[in-house]
Write a protein that binds this ligand. Structure first.
Ligand SMILES: Nc1nc(=O)c2c([nH]1)NC[C@@H]1CN(c3ccc(C(=O)N[C@@H](CCC(=O)O)C(=O)O)cc3)C=[N+]21
Length: 286
């Protein structure tokens, strides 16, 4: 079987072109989408992501603010910044880069972000609206997964989707979004006893476990669509997914690479959310 390579990079580029045109139109009503990214501490991986988000803003014509705070920032100081950004009219989206240093409670910070500026989709009210199927800003990585499937015209409705991983940022929300698209969804996690038996039944397999090259061909049904959400830095400095790409690619009908798969979609959906938040705040029809 010759597999289809699902390029999140290409899909991202297409979406970014659409966003650029929308930004151009919004100039006529003097609206420039604005994103604030807050980074606490010096984590090198986080530095790279934050720089990439800033670059995406500049490419798309957004207003961008990056706030770099020292590692020893207190929860009160970070809350103060979030409150200020909640009020700031030039900012429509707020993203506080996770993880945060140990002295800061992530929940306290996420809860403090204004729901209408919650472009990560992590606020409990955003999550609740997603669960209910009401309009909300969707978490970026899960939304990116759905968008890749849709843009490649891969059928979701009626398919058996198996999700490995139950995190709040990927596994749980992606399973809800797949159900919303009328898939039949099975969730697997570290305590699942018959994982292979389940994954071998998957028409769509979504992998978000955080273990490099964990899923090989023995887990995959021939012809399955395989989406790899994993991002593991190997000792040689290279990035690897949770899927053993070389083992699975020929068996699958379609598969995302790492890098160049789900990763680029995450930032693009963040840009999409920021645009949506800006239009909503200014009551412009979506
Ligand atoms: N509040 C918050 N929101 C986030 O969305 C968030 C976060 N915190 N903390 C960290 C993670 C990680 N993350 C990535 C986004 C894009 C790529 C990406 O573009 N990856 C490229 C490769 C990048 C490379 O080569 O290192 C790819 O997969 O092709 C990766 C990782 C967002 N995160």
């Amino acid at each position: 079987m010759s597999e289809l390579l699902l390029s999140g990079k290409d899909v991202s580029q297409a979406i970014r072109e659409e966003i650029k045109q929308e930004v151009e139109r919004l100039k006529a009503v003097n609206l420039q989408p604005g994103l604030a990214v807050v980074l606490v501490g010096e984590d090198p991986a986080s530095q790279v992501y934050v720089r990439n988000k800033h670059k995406a803003c500049l490419e798309l014509g957004y207003y961008s603010e990056v706030h770099r705070l020292p590692e020893d920032t207190t929860e009160e100081q970070l809350l103060e910044l979030v409150h200020k950004l909640n009020e700031q009219e030039t900012i429509h989206g707020i993203l506080v880069q996770l993880p945060l240093p140990a002295q800061i409670h992530e929940k306290a910070i996420i809860d403090a972000i204004a729901v209408h500026k919650d472009v990560d989709g992590f606020h409990p009210v955003s999550v609740g609206n997603m669960v209910l199927g009401d309009d909300s800003l969707l978490p970026c990585t899960p939304a990116g997964v759905i968008e890749i499937l849709k843009r490649y015209n891969l059928e979701i409705a009626g398919k058996h989707a198996v999700v490995i991983g139950r995190s709040n940022i990927v596994g749980k929300p992606v399973s809800l979004l797949l159900q919303r698209e009328n898939a039949t969804v099975t969730m697997c996690h570290s305590r699942t006893s018959n994982m292979k038996e389940l994954t071998q039944q998957a028409d769509i397999l979504i992998v978000a476990i955080g273990k490099a090259k964990f899923i090989d061909a023995s887990y995959v049904k021939p012809g399955a669509v395989v989406i790899d959400v994993g991002m593991n830095r190997l000792d040689n400095g290279k990035l690897a997914g949770d899927v053993d790409f070389d083992s699975v690619r020929e068996l699958s009908s379609a598969i995302t690479p790492v890098p160049g798969g789900v990763g680029p979609m995450t930032i693009t959906m963040l840009m999409h959310n920021t645009l949506k938040a800006a239009k909503r705040i200014h009551q412009i029809e979506v």
